[in-house]
Design a protein around this ligand. Structure first.
Ligand code: FAD
Length: 291
């Protein structure tokens, strides 16, 4: 099933949804545990499930195999795909294999540049180049792209970054999933400004439940997004009073409130960064009344 069709149907019916992001287990021995997690999360009835793609193509086969296995289980998967340093032949092969496995949804990404500044970008400089390629060679595919309520760390500023995202839609993208953020008003303002740039497509907010202060610091340094002072102080206080368990609880409580506010603000649904954690996702789904 094409995700854009499913999202449009739910939006027309006024029925918001949850979708889930998974990362493929690195080692095969962890796959049974991973599929147990997936099976438990069926209770949420995710509209679709996305499978991340290792930087530099390190887990290309993993992404493909896991997406194929999720399709076999009757779910609607979307494979992430990065194009930095890739050539057309390898991208074509990946997409052909995906199609053969019954998966026709792809999140077209540029990917992170090598940290040491080495390596050339190759034929595909921006994610829009990959979108154009997929649209031309795989016209039956549904194409998702990334979107940044707080601009991407490399960008010059809000306006340039939003125009760059609009170019991905001009190139043929069907919908976007946002980078994590913590203030629902950032999403509302972002959607408004994208509509102002002529983008009418669905923009799905990505929500990450904070699990620990260490992971939060790592994520903030990678994504460059903002954290509201109130949330940071709440997490810090939780750490002092109740340790890591209290931080996790506070992170979940915040995610629940954020999702409620996003749905009240008109988001068609929420893409939950599952961290492959069934209990956490089931708890969140239950608290927002989705179970
Ligand atoms: P782009 O959209 O190409 O943007 C990258 C930068 O280039 C931005 O600063 C943008 O403003 C600028 N830019 C874009 N087009 C132009 C243009 N025409 N002219 C000038 N500047 C331009 N990474 C992984 O490795 N694996 C994953 O599975 C993965 N999943 C992700 C899922 C989501 C929802 C998100 C938001 C990110 C994900 N990432 C993943 C991270 C992503 O690969 C990085 O953020 C990467 O640095 C940028 O990729 P992009 O597709 O957003 O790039």
């Amino acid at each position: 099933m094409r995700i854009i069709d499913a999202v449009s149907r739910r939006a027309a019916a006024g029925k918001p949804f949850l979708s889930l992001e998974f990362f493929p287990p690195k080692e095969r021995e962890f796959r049974p545990g991973f599929f147990e997690t997936v099976d438990r999360l069926r209770a949420i009835e995710p509209l679709f499930v996305s499978v991340t793609y290792g930087a530099g193509g390190s887990s290309r086969a993993n992404t493909l195999e896991i997406a194929a296995a999720l399709a076999e289980r009757g779910l609607t998967p979307m494979a992430h795909l990065t194009c930095v340093g890739a050539d057309a032949a390898s991208l074509r092969e990946f997409l052909e294999n995906l199609r053969a496995a019954g998966v026709c949804n792809v999140l077209a990404l540029r990917g992170d540049l090598p940290q040491d500044g080495s390596g050339s970008l190759g034929e595909f400089v921006h994610a829009a180049d990959l979108v154009r390629f997929v649209r031309r060679e795989f016209p039956d595919f549904c194409i998702g792209v990334s979107a940044y309520p707080y601009p991407h760390p490399e960008s010059v500023g809000f306006t340039q970054d939003r125009r760059a995202t609009a170019q991905k839609f001009a190139a043929g993208a069907d919908f976007a999933v946002t980078q994590l953020f913590f203030d629902h008003r950032e999403y509302v303002a972002y959607v408004e400004s994208m509509r102002g740039l002529g983008v009418a497509a669905p923009i799905l907010p990505g929500v990450l439940p904070v699990q620990s202060l260490e992971s939060l610091r790592r994520i903030l340094s990678l994504s460059g997004c903002n954290i509201p002072a109130k949330l940071y102080l709440t997490l810090e206080e939780a750490q002092q009073k109740g340790g890591s368990e209290a931080v996790r609880e506070a992170g979940i409580a915040f995610a629940v409130e954020q999702i409620r506010r996003l749905l009240e603000s008109g988001a068609p649904g929420v893409h939950l960064y599952s961290l492959n954690k069934a209990d956490m996702c089931l708890r969140i789904a239950s608290e927002i009344g989705r179970l």
